[in-house]
Design a protein around this ligand. Sequence first.
Ligand code: SF4
Length: 378
Amino acid sequence: MTAQPVSSPSLWPAAHIQDARRPRSQQRQLGASDTVCERRAAYILSGAERTDTSDKRAAILGTYLHEGLLGSARSEYGWLVETAVADDSIRGHVDAVHLDASTAARLPKRLRPTAPADVVTVEDIKTKSTFLWDRVIRYGATAAEIRQAYLYADLLRTVGWLDIHGQKPMARLGPIDVGRIRFRFVNRDNGAEYVQEFPFDKAEATRARWWVQRVMEYESPEEATRSFDGPGLDPICDNCPFRTPCWGEPKTPGVAVQTVLVHDDADRETALSEYVRGHEMEAEGQRIKKKARAKLDDSPAGIYGPNQLRWTGGNPVQEVDREAMIDTFDVLGVPIPEKTGADFQRMEAVMKEAGVAIPMRTAAKKTTRAIRVTAVQR
Ligand code: SF4
């Protein structure tokens, strides 16, 4: 890799500057997408200054992809995208709302979808890396993602669209009877798509509202629960703009920030018990995996229920054929380099220098065979 030439600066500083100007990066009011961590939401509500920056390249790429996909869906399918919803406590932009025929009929023609939905569906699009893809297929949206989608859906259901420029005809519809939540995951490395959807559940929407209500009732952000384990342990904290006020500085420079959670011997006793519990769970997990691996040792690759079995390795290993190498030296009349016996390393070097092919043979051993288990996308 070459250093960035002065005449051709990196694009990323420009992208970060633009990203910081986005309304989402400056807002102080709580947005549905801010409901990932209780304490972070509390900092936003308190108007706390964002003290920490982070490398946002992956997030910025996700934003570009998101905007591109939604723009295409709006142009080609007539989707209602990035529409604003809000009430006194929360606001947000819904990625896409798919109206049913009767609701769509109440809108001007230009705002009607090309293909109405059977029930009004609120769709949230999430871009994910391949690294997280297996988790997406296996478990779908996280609790925080589901909460966010329910907040959007409930704002639509109770208030309707915000009455602002660009969406006045939609605002005139009033509350919308949302019947379904849909997540569309897009793999940002290879474009794969995975859709998860479920009927709108009023109880789940109420739980999402309570979550917001609870955060609003804290008198200071420090009363709110840290929903994640902290910098160095969770990427959400690594990228959080409030990680310094949230965790503070450890007493001893250079140690983990989580040390701020230990104040006395009682805390140490608790942490040690947690460590032992984690160790026991890990040991039990390893035991289960090892036994299952052994049971599968003779099974062919394939799809078995929700999982796909694959094998890597187990291939023949090529090694230098030493006898053939001695023969080659004899045939060429070249003296064999010796140490205590034939110096095979030196022989290889001599053959490479002379441009003579080093004879290889298939060894008795094979490369390490490893199991790979991934979720099956249905
Ligand atoms: S650092 Fe982590 S726990 Fe603290 S507010 Fe940010 S996301 Fe929440």
